[in-house]
Every structure is written in structure tokens, then in C-alpha cells.
Design a binder for this molecule. Sequence first.
Ligand SMILES: [Zn+2]
Length: 195
Amino acid sequence: MSSVQICAYGSPALRKKVVRVEQFDKRLQEQVDRMLQVMYIAKGIGLAAPQMEEMQQVIVIDLQMEPNSEMVALDRKIIPLQLVQPLVLVNPSFDPVNDILILGEEGCLSIPDVHGHVNRYLKIFVKYQDVEGTPHELTCERLLARCIQHEVDHLNGILFVDRISKTERKENAATLKALKARGGIVKYENPSFTA
Ligand SMILES: [Zn+2]
């Protein structure tokens, strides 16, 4: 795959609330595989199905971090973050573990060249199903928690630019307007593709 296209700011697909996955079949596995491939080519750390016009509750995440000591709790077992990646979340929902919010910078594959600061819960408790339909519980914090909150927003038609300050919106207004005018598609090239 030399290049991939995903929905950009202005695309109606990014503004719809998507439906729960009911069928855990081969088609879902293929969709997840495509999403992972697109995320890696676009060099993102997360992707939600509506960004590919798949209107279902599916998220893929790979923070692609250097090995570090960060831990998560998966099904009540404490394990290294590295071991849960790539993370595929089907029908995810989350609750904050406490009310601590943290302001951090975000971007989005669907909104290239725009960055802004968003308040997210520091630590969350996530319920989801894997690609086979098995339910799981995940407690995580910091970047992974932020990424999951950003991607779950996508499943509800919400974009991070809806949550940035008025000042940052003004600063990015021209870029957002230009993106909208481009027709709702953004293309990413795979630089390592040589065929
Ligand atoms: Zn995004």
C-alpha cells in the first residue's frame, strides 16, 4: 500500500455517532487489519473507524513508544503497557477513575497541521470487547488514557478541535477552513514503499 486516504475535517462521516458492533466475524477482523495498516502508514498513534467511513464502534491504538516502565491493568492483572499494543477496542466505553483532569496537546490524522490543548481525565477505567467479542477491562492513564478518550470522541462525532480553547480555535481557523474546502479527504504517503 503506497498511500492511504482517510476522512478529513469537513467530512460528514466524522460528525456521526456510530453503531455498536454486533457481528464478530471475518469482516470485522479484516476491517481491524486495514485500520492498523492505515494507522501505521499515516504514522498515527490511534485511529477510529469513522475516520475510514466505517460507521462502527472500533478503535485501534499503538502509542509506538520506546519500551518503558509504564504499566496498565488488563482484566485486573498489572502488565507492561507494551504488551497490550496494538490495542483493538470494539464497543469501548470508559469512566474516569477520579476527577483529575490534565491539559495536554493533541493532534488528529483527520486534521493535519492543527494542534491544540485538551483537558482529559488522567486515569480511566475502560470496558471493551476484542475482535473476537470477548469482554475486557482496562485501567490506564496518561497518554493511553488521553488517546482512548480522543478516539471514543470520534465514535460520537466529536473532534478534539471542538474541545480546544477559543484562542486556539482562532489561531487554527484558517487551516481548518482550508481543510474543509479540500473536500473532506486527507492522503498519507508511505515513504518506505519502493515497488
Ligand atoms: Zn483523531
